[in-house]
Design a protein around this ligand. Structure first.
Ligand code: 4FV
Length: 248
């Protein structure tokens, strides 16, 4: 899978690609990721990539010419890649979109700075606008890295055998169950006995049940659109029964 990040700060991106899971994915040839400096496609001795906004007002806007050339160069590297503009106005990024993107063969990220990019780029050279959250950052670079990370870990062969994306939070629409490791007692708190029982059927049921209850307690919104299995209905009604018993 190819990732091309268009930015005026490639030095923000390269260390990210040279560490951890991303470095392994590059070394295993599972991804081809690079940053292109938009300034390399700017004109004049000052290589301006931004200018004052027409109509006045504060802040600067990214110029269309350097961006359009950089997008052209990126499309030569990854001809079928989706061209994504990172912006608070975009489609909210989530695990479902991460899976959707992981099924494509490439993504080109346009990282805005200042007030944003000239609208003629948005209209003519962008396939999708994506937002990582309802807040305003100083640039799109962090958003590009968030998406590259969440997508790359879904690619076959990236997460080793002992790690799998299948049991992720949000896969199956539920938050992940609690995790414990040695020591068995820490801060006076012991690990739930079921996890020490070696009874995998019981362990799997405990994990499904705690995922469901944690989701109910922490992110009930995730359950609104969700249909429940017979076991899940039983777990939730059992909890309601106990609560009603408690409150009498
Ligand atoms: C953003 C977000 C974001 C807005 C102006 C870049 C900045 C600057 N990108 N999700 N939230 N972008 O705040 O994706 O150009």
């Amino acid at each position: 899978m190819k990732f091309v990040v268009l930015t005026i700060f490639p030095e923000m991106i390269n260390p990210f690609l040279e560490n951890g899971m991303l470095r392994l994915a590059v070394e295993r040839g599972l991804i081809d990721a690079r940053a292109l400096n938009i300034r390399d496609y700017a004109d004049g001795k000052h290589k301006e990539t931004d200018d004052k906004p027409y109509g006045g007002g504060c802040g600067m806007v990214m110029k269309p010419e350097p961006l359009s050339r950089a997008i052209g160069a990126a499309s030569e590297i990854a001809p079928t890649a989706k061209r994504i503009l990172l912006t608070p106005q975009g489609r909210p990024f989530d695990q479902a979109m991460a899976h959707e993107f992981s099924a494509t063969d490439g993504l080109i990220f346009i990282c805005g700075r200042y007030e944003g990019v000239d609208e003629r780029i948005c209209q003519g050279m962008v396939d999708e606008e994506v937002s990582i959250g309802d807040y305003v950052m100083t640039g799109g670079e962090l958003a590009a890295m968030v998406i590259i990370d969440a997508v790359t870990r879904l690619l076959p062969g990236v997460l080793g055998g002992d790690e799998s994306a299948e049991k992720d939070s949000f896969s199956g629409g539920l938050l992940e169950h609690a995790h414990y490791t040695r020591p068995s007692i820490f801060g006076g708190e012991s690990v739930p006995d079921v996890l020490m029982s070696g009874n995998h059927a019981k362990i799997e049921r405990w994990r499904r049940e705690t995922s469901l209850i944690r989701t109910f307690l922490k992110r009930p919104d995730l359950l609104e659109q969700r249909s429940f299995s017979r076991e899940e209905k039983h777990v939730l009604t059992e909890w309601c029964r106990r609560i009603e018993e408690l409150v009498g």
